[in-house]
Design a protein around this ligand. Structure first.
Ligand code: ARG
Length: 461
């Protein structure tokens, strides 16, 4: 038997391999809730416009509710021969309510149907991602308040640069997550238009009300061009781009946790809850969760790249290539969700070794800039000269194998005679961070104020 949904002009069954390459139910079954919601909105609109009877619309609505609960319960029998979620639902509707089910597809096509379903799905994903990112920010802010004054080494080139506070470092990720949320919100705004009623590509001759279905599904308005409505997947691409950037942020943080927890570095410890052991080396405590967050990024970037490549050569309007838009995107959103939740867990779990952090913050002549700044401020030296003088002082300390603050005043005066005892006070890591009071700087007072402001903002959301 040929396909009962579109097989009128066919006499033969599809080849097994045709069916196998064509089938999408394993992926688009995840759109069932959105598919049913869109069908209900469509049926109600058809009745309101007098295109189908109120009685048919009522039966269609009831049948769709039954299908929704069957799928929710796990008792629905998904059939591969019915290709996708749209035809699985419609076919089951026929079993439940009889011929009236065949009226549901009036003035629509699977092309506008799938575009609608997937917009609704991506919109839901954006809302879930936003909530997860907010929870991540909240966890970061709580730890930032706790560690507003905990001094740690700041790095550039992974070389000790200047002391910063741990709270300041954590708040950097709060800012990144905030921009990530902004990108998702932007994508949501643009995707929130309804393709439903574009039909196959040209619109329809039935007197449909696209505003009504758009409103019923929470869209801001119907999409203005029927060809565009069924052809573009930019809403998926844009959301994947936001996801890729967000996952790159998480990956960098995960990499830092891997570095910090290495025994070579030892700035941070993760509890047993976020580490795993080795089957051969009894001493091991591996930061697997952080490593996997780092690795999941590959899936997200991969999904974005793959869909860009799928789309780049497609003429208007719908092409079956576009069926490949869902699997990678769904996997990517799942990977991102897991990564955000794992990072949130690790943020709450990690324990900085404050003594080690402080020690490391002072290693590598990290307060050299503070000495140079003192020379500028006190002796009115041009910064370039101060940099040179400080460089010579660092070289002297380095030659003697000692830290900057271990040099005697006399040692320093041999290089710059005008240096006074006051200069020694700026060489401690605490004094260094305390002095960084410029807006956005690492001074504990700034950090605490910023963290508290974030807390207020997050609590108000
Ligand atoms: N399963 C298809 C997809 O995901 C639905 C649209 C099919 N439309 C069609 N004319 N074959 O893209």
């Amino acid at each position: 038997m040929s396909n009962k949904m579109w097989g009128g002009r066919f006499t033969e069954r599809p080849d097994a391999i045709m069916e196998e390459i064509n089938v999408s139910i394993d992926v688009d079954r995840h759109l069932y809730a959105q598919d049913i919601a869109a069908s209900k909105a469509h049926a109600a609109m058809l009745a309101a416009q007098g295109i189908i009877t109120a009685n048919d619309a009522k039966n269609i609505g009831k049948g769709l509710d039954t299908i929704l609960s069957e799928i929710d319960k796990g008792s629905f029998d998904f059939k591969r021969a019915l290709e996708d979620i749209h035809m699985n639902v419609e076919s089951r509707l026929g079993e439940l309510i009889g011929p009236a089910s065949g009226r549901l597809h009036t003035a629509r096509s699977r092309n506008d149907q799938v575009a609608t379903d997937f917009r609704l799905y991506v919109r839901d994903t954006i809302d879930e991602t936003d909530a997860a990112l907010a929870a991540f920010q909240y966890a970061l802010v709580e730890r930032a308040i706790e560690h507003a004054a905990t001094v740690m080494p700041g790095f550039t080139h992974l070389q000790t640069a200047q002391p910063v506070t741990f709270g300041h470092h954590l708040l950097a990720y709060v800012e990144m997550a905030s921009r990530d949320r902004g990108r998702f919100a932007d994508a949501r705004k643009r995707l929130n238009e309804s393709p439903l009623g574009a039909a196959a590509l040209a619109g329809t001759s039935f007197p449909i009300d696209r505003n009504a279905t758009a409103k019923a599904l929470g869209f801001d308005r119907p999409m203005a061009n029927s060809l565009d409505a069924v052809s573009d997947r930019d809403f998926v691409l844009e959301t994947l781009a936001a996801a890729a950037i967000a996952s790159v942020h998480l990956s960098r943080f995960a990499e830092e946790i891997v570095i910090w927890t290495s025994p070579l570095v030892g700035l941070v410890r993760l509890s047993d809850k976020f580490t795993t052991g080795s089957s051969i080396m009894p001493q091991k405590r591996n930061p697997d969760a952080a490593e996997l967050v780092r690795a999941k990024t590959g899936r997200v970037i991969g999904a974005l790249t793959a869909l860009l490549i799928v789309m780049k050569g497609l003429p208007l309007a719908y092409q079956k290539d576009m069926q490949e838009d869902k699997q990678g995107a769904m996997e990517a959103f799942g990977a991102l969700s897991l990564a955000i939740r794992a990072m949130t867990g690790m943020v709450a779990d990690l324990a900085p070794d404050e003594a080690r952090m402080k020690l490391a913050a002072g290693e590598g002549y990290a307060t050299a800039t503070d000495l140079a700044d003192w020379l500028v401020r006190t002796l009115k030296m041009p910064f370039r000269d101060a940099h040179h003088v400080t460089g010579r002082i660092v070289a002297k300390a380095s030659k003697g194998g000692i830290a900057l603050h271990e040099l005697s005043l006399q040692d320093m005066q041999e290089i710059e005679p005008r240096i006074t005892r006051d200069a020694l006070a700026v060489l401690s890591v605490e004094a260094s961070v305390k002095s960084r009071t410029s807006y956005g700087g690492t001074a504990p007072r700034n950090v605490l104020a910023q963290a508290k402001a974030w807390l207020k903002r997050l609590e108000k959301e």
